[in-house]
Design a protein around this ligand. Structure first.
Ligand SMILES: [Zn+2]
Length: 738
């Protein structure tokens, strides 16, 4: 019997049906002499410190750094353990084992750790699949690789996992131990990613908008209305005066210029590219895009999605033609261009393909619905578009003068839409004819404001992670910067989710906003001279060295020594008394002054509250209030302007409504104000109810528990019983009103 082990049950099913008519058992499938079983992604991980000694259960600074000499593997869950038992039984009976986990670094690790754990010697070969179509599966079964060919990939995967364990466990424990109140998590990839968000947030907060005016003039040519805009910026008064003066006047044309621009279609997509698109177009998180792509891959509709290559290998030309033939029936477009391999030099490039190539459809067609349908259609459109000729645009600049005042009309006319028809492109504008002068029909003074840089979304954060935070407009340059990006395509979505889970980042619509806790961590690491943990360069450099292990240019030992040395430095720095002192001071950095008293507004796990709450100050804003999310930024605005922007809430009955959160300076409390009743004072009496019905008042227990909760990773401790909290509220109010 030959045992095949896949990464996921769905892949096992695809392989089984490619081999014949399978019979299905509880934990495996059977076809002829083949038995196909599966993991559920990772089944094993390196044990937590307590696996290396009972005494590590207690977090103590003097035990750090913890560097295991013999690494211990443990099942990640009960169900993983059960599945491992099943795999072991099948392994025992097998004459040969085939590894069919996903074709990448993590896939390799998943199988190797299972093999290590089971520890039975059997001949093993590797099935390396780029897609899950029956043809590909049957073809690849005929040319399986020897496991030794993937030894270096395995070594780099192992080094990656150990390095992340060493940095994560030691830095998180040390930082948490020297800071008195909260549990922190630090990681090789997550912390530099958080730093990107924190740096952007600071830019936004320090941004001072500048207001200026531009003058726009409208004129008719051949019954078309065109607009030109002043090159200069004006003060409000001057702009208005000029606009009034301009109506009816003649502008002289001083310069007119045409140029032709060709826009090549985008390269084929990789994972990051699709995550960026879906974030922008569908408002999806990176995680969601990953899930949809994984599902399309498991249905054998697209090729392997965890890729960062945007090219195809040259030996795929024949296959590309047959994919075109298959899709031709169902998708409209110029498939002849694909069949004739137009743009081939740009699309096929062996030097830029390693284990994986770009994401393309496999040619298999299947009825889809909803999200999968949308994503699949886009991937097909991108595939088709890549073979289209460039779109052709005509850019026209026309300059006008009125005395010393200069105006410009700029238009882009799309002469040849080409692939814009598939993926969208700029709106085609009317060009001006040759002319000497125009008469102004309309003139306006328009207020403009300089804008702060935008907050990151999942899509723009993925883009920043790919390039280590450096900006690259050019696709080619972005490719080069990718060499030193943060994380790998396969893990970026998880990293973003992890930051949210740890309370470092809040989602606000599509925006990702760092919390005070996240900002404090980054600030603190920089101040104690551990800024390397926040720098994309370091993790990018490690990523590069992991690839060198893959290519055999660096030994895993040399890499591990460097990591161990680095971890020792981190611990030594954090153990220093001045570091500990500095960090204690930094803890709970206030986000604003309290508007009601001389206290400071602090950020807790679930709310923003005043440092003088014990003295009875009733400033408190719940982060999740009546189904709405309030961020530190909202609170800063509330304090500065007396009210937040209009927020969206949900009533108990589930209806959404909009309201402001406002300061009631008379009653010295935070209240809700409805737009239609803005003038009514009774609106301000509305009780601020927390999402689960708790009344807004700091609970003594919350703070006490927070102070003692260190060493445990339990969820927030603020859910004291409702009665007790309510009582506390009344007492506090009673005191204040006397
Ligand atoms: Zn206060």
């Amino acid at each position: 019997m030959t045992l095949i082990v896949t990464e996921k049950p769905s892949v096992a099913r695809q392989i089984a049906s490619a081999l014949g008519k399978p019979t299905s058992r509880k934990t495996f499938l059977k076809v002829g002499d083949y038995v196909i079983t599966y993991a559920f992604g990772h089944l094993l991980q390196f044990g937590y410190p307590e696996a290396y000694g009972e005494h590590y259960k207690k977090w103590r600074l003097e035990d750090l750094p913890i560097v295991p000499r013999e690494w211990k593997l443990i099942p990640i869950s009960k169900s993983a353990q059960k599945q491992l038992e099943e795999i072991r039984k099948l392994w025992q009976e097998a004459d040969e084992v085939i590894s069919a986990t996903d074709a990448g670094r993590e896939g390799e690790l998943i199988f190797r750790l299972i093999k290590e754990h089971i520890g039975l010697e059997k001949p093993v070969r590797r099935l390396w699949l780029q897609s899950l179509t029956p043809e590909e599966i049957r073809e690849e079964l005929g040319r399986m690789r020897d496991l030794s060919e993937l030894e270096r990939l395995y070594q780099s995967a192992l080094a990656r996992a150990k390095a992340d364990w060493l940095v994560g466990i030691n830095a998180s424990r040390a930082f948490t131990l020297v800071t008195p109140r909260e549990v922190f998590s630090i990681g090789r990839v997550q912390t530099p990613t958080l730093a990107l968000l924190v740096d952007r947030e600071k830019e936004i907060q320090q941004f001072v908008p500048r207001i200026y005016f531009k003058v726009r003039v409208g004129f008719s040519v051949n019954e078309h209305l065109f607009w030109a805009e002043s090159l200069r910026e004006y003060e409000e008064q001057d702009a208005k005066a000029l606009a009034a003066e301009l109506v009816g006047q003649t502008l002289q044309v001083t310069h007119q210029e045409l140029s032709e621009k060709k826009a090549m279609p985008p390269l084929l997509p990789d994972l990051g590219d699709l995550q960026k698109f879906a974030s922008r177009a569908f408002k999806w998180s990176a995680q969601k895009t990953m899930k949809v792509l994984q599902s399309l891959y498991e249905k054998a509709l697209i090729t392997y999605p965890r890729t960062d290559s945007r090219f195809l290998p040259t030996d795929m030309k024949k296959q590309v033609r047959s994919i075109a033939k298959a899709l031709n029936q169902v998708v409209q477009g110029n498939w002849v261009l694909v069949e004739s391999l137009n743009n081939a030099a740009r699309i096929f490039n062996d030097a830029k393909v390693t284990d994986h190539f770009a994401i393309i459809p496999t040619g298999k067609v299947q009825e889809l619905k909803g999200d999968e349908q949308r994503m699949y259609e886009y991937i097909v459109a991108r595939f088709l578009a890549a073979f289209y000729p460039p779109a052709v645009e005509i850019h026209q600049t026309t300059d006008f003068a009125y005395g010393d005042h200069k105006f410009r009309h700029y238009a882009v006319h799309v002469r040849e839409p080409s692939w814009y028809a598939l993926l969208g492109g700029p709106q085609s504008e009317e060009l001006l004819p040759d002319l000497q002068a125009v008469q102004v029909n309309d003139a306006r003074a328009e207020k403009r404001q300089t804008q702060p840089p935008p907050r990151y979304t999942d899509g723009t954060l993925i883009a920043a992670m790919e390039t280590g935070g450096r900006v690259a407009e050019d696709e080619e340059i972005a490719q080069i910067l990718k060499e030193k990006g943060i994380g790998t395509p396969a893990t970026r979505a998880e990293i973003i989710e992890r930051l949210v889970e740890m309370g470092y980042v809040q989602r606000h619509g599509t925006q990702l906003i760092p919390t005070t806790k996240g900002i404090m961590l980054i600030d603190a690491l920089r101040e104690v001279k551990l800024e390397s943990l926040t720098q994309p360069e370091l993790t990018g450099e490690w990523e590069r060295r992991l690839r060198l292990i893959e290519s055999g240019e660096e030994t895993p030992q040399a890499f591990m020594w460097a990591i161990e040395e680095y971890v020792r430095q981190i611990i030594e720095t954090l153990k220093k008394e001045e570091s500990a002192h500095l960090l204690r001071k930094k803890q709970n950095m206030p986000i604003a002054r309290c508007p009601f008293c001389d206290g400071f507004i602090l950020e807790g796990q679930k709310s923003f509250y005043c440092s003088n709450w014990k003295e009875g100050c009733s400033f408190r804003v719940w982060k999740n209030m009546n189904g709405g999310v309030l961020t530190a930024d909202d609170v800063r605005r509330l304090v500065a302007e007396g009210r937040t922007r209009m927020k969206r809430f949900k009533s108990k009955a589930g209806r959404t409504y909009k309201a402001f959160v406002v300061l009631d300076m008379e009653e010295k409390k935070v209240a809700v104000e409805y737009p239609q009743r803005a003038a009514s004072s009774s609106a301000a009496d509305t009780e601020l109810a927390h999402g689960d019905g708790e009344v807004a008042k700091p609970s003594v227990d919350e703070v006490k528990k927070r102070a003692t909760k260190k060493h445990t990773n339990t969820k927030d401790a603020s859910s004291t019983d409702t009665k007790g909290t309510k009582k506390g509220t009344r007492n506090a109010r009673g005191r204040k009103r006397k």
